[in-house]
Design a binder for this molecule. Structure first.
Ligand SMILES: NC(=O)C1=CN([C@@H]2O[C@H](COP(=O)(O)OP(=O)(O)OC[C@H]3O[C@@H](n4cnc5c(N)ncnc54)[C@H](OP(=O)(O)O)[C@@H]3O)[C@@H](O)[C@H]2O)[C@@H](O)CC1
Ligand SMILES: Nc1ncnc2c1ncn2[C@@H]1O[C@H](COP(=O)(O)OP(=O)(O)O)[C@@H](O)[C@H]1O
Ligand SMILES: [K+]
Length: 579
């Protein structure tokens, strides 16, 4: 599924209206109706699972009862359709004697059927832009579904223009009760839910005045809030939340998933995200060259060309699946190397060799019988030294990929060590952990260019050192930073942490949502390094391996949590075993 910025959204919107001739008011109508349908589905399944932050696509009550998923559109509330349309019986209810007669099959507008409409009263908070216009359309459809609706304009309705003004007039003509916010501390106690249609992709900066007061009041109310397009107060591009920002239970994102909904803290404000089409052709995004995606199996297969089934040739042998070399570990952190090397094997590479300072070798014999061990030289105390780089290069000569960094620590002349490896290794290179900290102190743009891909896998702290900013600044706009770093430095960048971002030098970008906070445990990143290396060895391109590796790592973390019975107790070895 494509991910867009507010600016890109406006471009696609403009093309649809100007080039395809689809009227803006039709898009707004579709948007508002989609919002109403999702609110009705929400009302009908208030006690459903509703896990926060799971993006899904399509209409329907079914989603609320069947849990989160990467599924595409599903049929809308079929069960309700039968129950709510009297006289449109099934063959069974008509009985055998009547089967000869033509069957009368009538179905109602299932997506707009509210089961206990009389219990509902929604307040629609209306902003002055098109987001407010979407809210006004939703209000009409909710009212049609029998749900009581009241409108509360943030500012004078007179200030609405264009399509939003048309919708204001239509709502008034329908007799929907409306008020204008006049300050003070509004009391929302009488409502069963709130539709936030205050600010969308046209918002600039922190909500001001009436907008800020209404957002704060909605959050205080304890009522479920559904947001139109994005929670008001969210930066649609970065995921930053302004003060205040709506805390939604449901976000009905319109046309395309906005980047900010997938990055924290914004992702934590969106609740369940549903992306609904509103008449803007989905193919336009690709035609316009947009190449940022929320990672799903479909994106892996159709966009990135990854064979997710990982079928093996019947006559494949271990030479077919590549040989990984991992230069990692030192006396005090040998486990990091072991985790990375074992993870590469579990990912399916044919062979894995783990290069360590020779002093450690006797201690590691038998640690993982499937691994080959290699003496990389180093110091008598089991630490690395600059000369060991030449040993690593010799070992790398016949390997398909080289991963460096986990557990190597810092050592004398480590910059020369890394430069030798960077410039000398002909195979794809994965750089992690302390190798990234070394890199951060090098002017590596001046090093000899490489012919094969480099994948950097920093966590936010390592990224901060690479860029020379604070970790907070890294987290402020992870997507923007990853894109610009990858492009400027010519590397594939995997910016780890909740919802890992993967960017390539050619501007492609993927955001992954597999995994969970239980994976924030020592060695988990080393495991990812091994997985990516294992995939590279099997012939995936740099970007494919980085993206698929991050995806599999997260899935394995999820499976490990299930096997353990608790995400909190997952450790890196569990992730390897769950691969
Ligand atoms: N074709 C269509 O019709 C489609 C429409 N779509 C929908 O339109 C939405 C985008 O609509 P939009 O561009 O009108 O901007 P929107 O977010 O409603 O509000 C901007 C208004 O708020 C104000 N304002 C800004 N910042 C503020 C702040 N910090 N604090 C306070 N006020 C602030 C600013 O007023 P100003 O301050 O400039 O006077 C401006 O007028 C999009 O999210 C989606 O819902 C989609 O469904 C696609 C199809
Ligand atoms: N909240 C989270 N949700 C999903 N994945 C997470 C979360 N926190 C950490 N992770 C993942 O766990 C791994 C941790 O890597 P890292 O910090 O390098 O660990 P280490 O250096 O101990 O190996 C990364 O892949 C990261 O994306
Ligand atoms: K909104």
């Amino acid at each position: 599924m494509h991910l867009v910025t507010a600016e890109e959204m406006r471009r696609l919107d403009r093309i649809t209206i100007e080039r395809l001739g689809i009227p803006a008011v039709a898009l707004m109508e579709n948007a508002g109706r989609a919002i109403a349908e999702e609110i009705i589905a929400f009302c009908n399944h208030r006690d459903g699972d509703g896990a926060a932050g799971d993006a899904c696509q399509g209409t329907g009550a079914a989603r609320y009862s069947s849990g989160p998923g990467h599924a595409g559109a599903r049929a809308a509330g079929a069960a309700r359709e039968e129950a709510a349309v009297p006289g449109a019986g099934t063959a069974e209810s008509f009985g055998a004697v009547r089967t000869a007669a033509p069957k009368l099959l009538i179905s109602g507008d299932a997506a707009l059927m509210a089961g206990r409409a009389e219990d509902e009263h929604w307040l629609v908070l209306v902003g002055k832009g098109n987001n407010g216009g979407d809210g006004l359309v939703a209000a009409r459809h909710l009212s049609e579904a029998g749900i009581a609706v009241s409108l509360l304009y943030a500012v004078s309705p007179e200030s609405l223009t264009g399509e939003a003004a048309q919708q204001r007039d239509a709502a008034a003509a329908m007799g929907l009760p409306a008020a204008v916010y006049g300050g003070g501390r509004p009391d929302f106690a009488g409502y069963s839910g709130i539709l936030d249609a205050l600010l969308g992709t046209g918002a600039a900066g922190a909500p001001r005045g009436a907008y800020a007061e209404l957002i704060a009041a909605a959050n205080r109310s304890g009522k479920p809030v559904a947001s139109a397009d994005i929670p008001s107060g969210l930066n649609a591009d970065t995921g930053e939340t302004h003060e205040p920002c709506i805390q939604a239970a449901l976000t009905v994102c319109l046309a395309f998933l906005k980047r900010g909904l997938l990055q924290y803290p914004g992702a934590g404000h969106a609740g369940r995200i549903v992306v609904r089409s509103i008449g803007i052709p989905s193919g336009l995004a690709r035609e316009e060259g947009l190449s940022a995606y929320w990672l799903t199996p479909a994106v892996l297969e159709d966009v990135l060309g990854v064979d997710v089934s990982r079928r093996r040739a019947p006559d494949g042998h271990k030479g077919t699946y590549g040989h990984v070399l991992i230069a990692a570990g030192s006396l005090r952190m040998s486990g990091a190397g072991l985790i990375a090397a074992r993870a590469s094997l579990r990912t399916g590479c044919g062979l894995a060799t783990w290069a360590v300072p020779g002093k450690l070798l006797p201690l590691l014999v038998g640690a993982a019988p499937e691994l080959m061990l290699a003496d990389a030289g180093g110091e008598a105390d089991g630490t690395w030294n600059a000369a060991a780089a030449e040993e690593v290069l010799k070992l790398a000569g016949k390997k398909d990929v080289l991963a460096v960094g986990p557990g190597i620590g810092r050592f004398g002349d480590d910059k020369a060590w890394l430069q030798t490896i960077w410039e000398g290794a002909d195979c794809p290179l994965v750089v992690d952990a302390d190798a990234l900290n070394i890199l951060a102190e090098c002017d590596y743009g001046t090093w000899q260019g490489r012919r094969t891909p480099v994948i950097l896998t920093p966590h936010p702290g390592e990224m901060a050192r690479l860029v020379g900013v604070s970790t907070k600044e890294v987290q402020r706009d992870r997507i923007g930073l990853a894109l610009s770093y990858a492009r400027e430095r010519g590397v594939i960048l995997v910016l780890k942490g909740a919802h890992t971002v993967i960017a390539s030098p050619d501007g492609r970008l993927v955001v992954n949502t597999t995994g969970h906070p239980g994976m924030a445990t020592g060695g988990s990143g080393d495991c990812l390094t091994g997985i990516i290396a294992g995939l590279l060895a099997q012939g995936l391109s740099g970007f494919q391996a980085a993206v698929f590796g991050v995806y599999l790592h997260g899935l394995a973390g999820e499976r490990a949590a299930l096997l353990r019975g608790d995400p909190v107790s997952v450790i890196a070895s569990d992730i390897i075993e769950a691969l």
